[in-house]
Design a protein around this ligand. Structure first.
Ligand SMILES: Cc1cc2nc3c(=O)[nH]c(=O)nc-3n(C[C@H](O)[C@H](O)[C@H](O)COP(=O)(O)O)c2cc1C
Length: 503
């Protein structure tokens, strides 16, 4: 027995000695790091906090970057976060997963603030047997060789291959095909992954004309023809501006310019891809109309433009010119983006404070179209934080024909609003070209979620429409939506815009 104890002590003692030495070494190392950090901190003159509070001052930046991750889980209330709060994100995640989207006990939404939208329920809601299928809309009918019959109210807004990853593009294009909605390429050109999914594609002509420019950077009719020859490419959208950065072209940071993206765009690998602030040849409303008509003539497909509205006087000039030239000269659609729209990367002042939101500009644009008798001819597509059914229904009431979303669809394929789109470090693989991070995004699985999101969105908008007493969402109009005023009472949109009642 004694011999066994002695043997055990002989084994344990050296192990303990090694552990003690390691511990002393670790403590010594930590102490050394603290001393070195202390010396560096008090001798540097770039950071006041570190100079005044050496070593401990580092916790401030550590906590503030960790806060970005923890706030959404532990501290922020359901309706607090920006750009999208937890309640909105949860609705999208549940819709994408085909999970139960009902909630219990009561609304967490404060219905009192000025501007709150409330739908006017009808005392005699529509019965299931009286409801009808949402009608398709033909875009470019009578004026294009190949008009486009669009089936879904809710569609995928422009996000370029570059801003988002290959698996994300595959998930969106397959999901769009399954859902019967369209998918806008964004300004980065048409990639093989857009086509692989088989969705209806809206090709966006960005200000750098990626995918559709000649060697000098001008619009190439040859490339336009090649693109139009793809059966899946259904429409062409000239991008004037987007809500997140009006007056600034697209920005794709060099870290995201991979060899393939460089090849598709015709630019150098690893260098920032900065598009011009506007199309060089479009200096006026007249130039814009000329470009629209040129693209439509070459491609034979519906052509329109995307813009966020700030100044409004140019719209009169624009519509007057159309009235002068005749209906055929009009764009087939206008995509109206909101000043609070999203992006992969933008300067903060533009993101925050330039360009009006669609709350103001959507009714304004629709009214202008009615004023010039063009509402039937020019379809209105709109985007900007329209990711849940009530927002989509509001846009329909205001007069939009279609709603598109970028960030809603990002949520549907797993985005967690980590706000890292500009860094190539997106933790969910949506906006990164890092292969390791992309592993989390399985295009097949996520395509189903995209389709679920569209189906559940369309279904939930139908529920609102039926509650308002109409047979389908396209019958919603401004009398169905009430807006809370500063006296605490609500008025219908048709009262706010008295001469322009109608859907
Ligand atoms: C990652 C990302 C990339 C985008 N890329 C483009 C683009 O290439 N062209 C464009 O017109 N808009 C682009 N947008 C803007 C969206 O198409 C959309 O207009 C805007 O985000 C508003 O919709 P949302 O609120 O549903 O996101 C991008 C947005 C995001 C989030």
């Amino acid at each position: 027995m004694k011999a066994e104890v002695t043997e055990a002590v002989e084994i344990i003692t050296p192990a303990l000695e090694i552990l003690t030495s390691l511990f002393v070494f670790a403590v010594g190392l930590v102490f050394l790091i603290i001393v070195i950090t202390f010396i560096i901190d008090i001798n540097q003159n770039k950071n006041a906090i570190l100079r005044n509070y050496p070593v401990v001052g580092h916790f401030r930046s550590i906590f503030s970057s960790l806060g970005e991750f923890f706030r959404q889980y532990f501290f922020a209330m359901d309706r607090e976060e920006m750009p999208f709060n937890r309640a909105e994100r949860d609705w999208v995640h549940k819709a994408a997963n085909n999970a139960d989207t009902t909630v219990a006990f009561g609304s967490t939404k404060n219905l009192n603030p000025v501007g709150t939208v409330i739908f006017a329920n009808c005392p005699f809601p529509t019965l299931d047997e009286d409801a009808v299928k949402t009608s398709d809309i033909m875009i470019g009918e009578k004026f294009c060789q190949q008009p486009y019959q669009a089936k879904s109210i809710f569609n995928i807004s422009g996000m370029s291959f570059g801003a988002i990853s290959k698996p994300a593009v595959l998930a969106l294009s397959n999901g769009a095909r399954m859902a019967g909605c369209w998918y806008n390429t964004g300004e980065g050109g048409l990639s093989p992954y857009h086509l692989e999914g088989g969705a209806d594609i809206v090709f966006q002509i960005g200000t750098a004309k990626y995918g559709v420019r000649d060697l000098e950077g001008n619009l190439s009719d040859e490339k336009l023809c090649e693109l139009a020859a793809h059966e899946n490419v259904k429409m062409f959208e000239i991008k004037m501006s987007q809500g997140a950065k009006p007056g600034k072209g697209g920005i794709l940071p060099g870290t995201k310019v991979t060899p393939q993206i460089a090849q598709i765009r015709g630019i150098s690998i690893g260098e920032d891809s900065i598009s011009p602030n506007r199309h060089v040849e479009i200096k006026s409303a007249d130039d814009l109309l000329k470009m629209i008509n040129h693209v439509r003539k070459i491609t034979g497909k519906p052509t329109g433009f995307k813009s966020v509205i700030g100044a409004t006087d140019w719209l009169d000039e624009f519509f007057q010119e159309i009235n002068k030239q005749g209906e055929a000269y009009a764009p087939d659609f206008i995509t109206l983006d909101s000043g609070d729209g999203g992006t992969g990367a933008a300067p903060m002042p533009l993101l925050d404070n330039v360009g009006l939101t669609i709350k103001e500009t959507l009714p304004l644009l629709v009214d202008k179209l009615r004023q010039y008798n063009l509402k039937e001819r020019v379809k209105v597509i709109t985007s900007g934080k329209l990711i849940t059914p009530s927002e989509v229904a509001w846009a329909l009431c205001s007069g939009a024909d279609f709603i598109t979303s970028a960030r809603g669809f990002m949520f549907s394929i797993g985005c967690i609003q980590a706000l890292k789109c500009n860094r190539n470090t997106c933790p969910t693989g949506v906006t990164t070209h890092n292969k390791r991070l992309q592993k989390g995004l399985d295009p097949k699985n996520k395509a189903t979620k995209v389709a679920n999101y569209v189906h559940n969105m369309n279904h939930a908008v139908e529920i609102i429409a039926h509650s308002c007493g109409v047979r389908e969402p396209r019958e919603l109009n401004r009398s169905h939506v009430r807006i809370v005023q500063d006296n605490g009472r609500s008025v219908t949109m048709s009262e706010l815009y008295p001469e322009k009642i109608g859907g």
